[in-house]
Design a protein around this ligand. Structure first.
Ligand code: 5GP
Length: 192
């Protein structure tokens, strides 16, 4: 998508050029950190897709990619615990695994995936997130690589959805409140 700002966007939080520039920096950092290692970059579906697609091009290493998908029970279970819908194709044992996520908010999703993958004995396990919401976490978590810290607002674009839409916006924007109210369910049930 290009051109005018989408009508559901209240304001652009991070323009496309800034996102792409930051991804290049992170890619170079990952390249330095993982030189000579057996790296698998694991995208968490579906939100990480645009980020991962840009990031792998910026990592100057021979790395593999893989995916996991989880479902979130936010709102229906007190723990907000998730379930694995799609697992890795490759065994991560002994490999250097880098999880790639769109956003960390409460920390529940990433904590679930990290504890699940740790049981498979990767050599190392780190997290790279495009966005890191500056909120008190329900479960503490600190990602190794962070694109942008952002305020506690509901954002869409560059992979992030609302009711499965707007993932293809090339920027990250804050969604207009009326647009949020018009569509159910409420933001925290946005699919991962
Ligand atoms: P957490 O489990 O850390 O609360 O949230 C992780 C998941 O919640 C993300 O992968 C994302 O799908 C969803 N999420 C959290 N905050 C936002 C947001 O501001 N916008 C969108 N679209 N999804 C969000």
């Amino acid at each position: 998508m290009s051109g005018a700002i989408h009508p559901v966007i209240e304001r652009i939080l991070i323009p496309e050029e800034e996102i792409r520039a930051r991804i290049k920096e992170i890619g170079a950092e990952i390249g330095r950190d993982y030189r000579g290692r057996d790296l698998i970059m694991v995208g968490i579906l579906k939100g990480s897709i645009p980020f991962l697609a840009e990031l792998i091009k910026a990592v100057p290493l021979d790395c593999a990619i893989d995916f996991v998908s989880i479902s979130s029970y936010e709102g229906t279970r007190s723990t907000g615990v998730a379930r694995l819908l799609l697992d890795l194709r490759e065994n991560p044992e002994g490999k250097d695994v880098l999880l790639v996520e769109d956003i960390i908010d409460t920390g529940l999703t990433i904590n679930y995936i990290v504890s699940n993958l740790k049981t498979r004995k990767p050599k190392s396990l780190e997290v790279c997130t495009l966005l890191d919401k500056q909120v008190p976490r329900r479960m503490p978590f600190k990602a190794r690589y962070v694109g942008f810290p952002i305020p506690n607002e509901f954002v869409i674009g560059f992979g992030l959805d609302y009711n499965e839409k707007y993932r293809n916006l090339p920027y990250v924007g804050v969604m207009r409140q009326p647009a949020l109210r018009e569509g159910a369910p409420q933001p925290k049930t946005a699919t991962v």
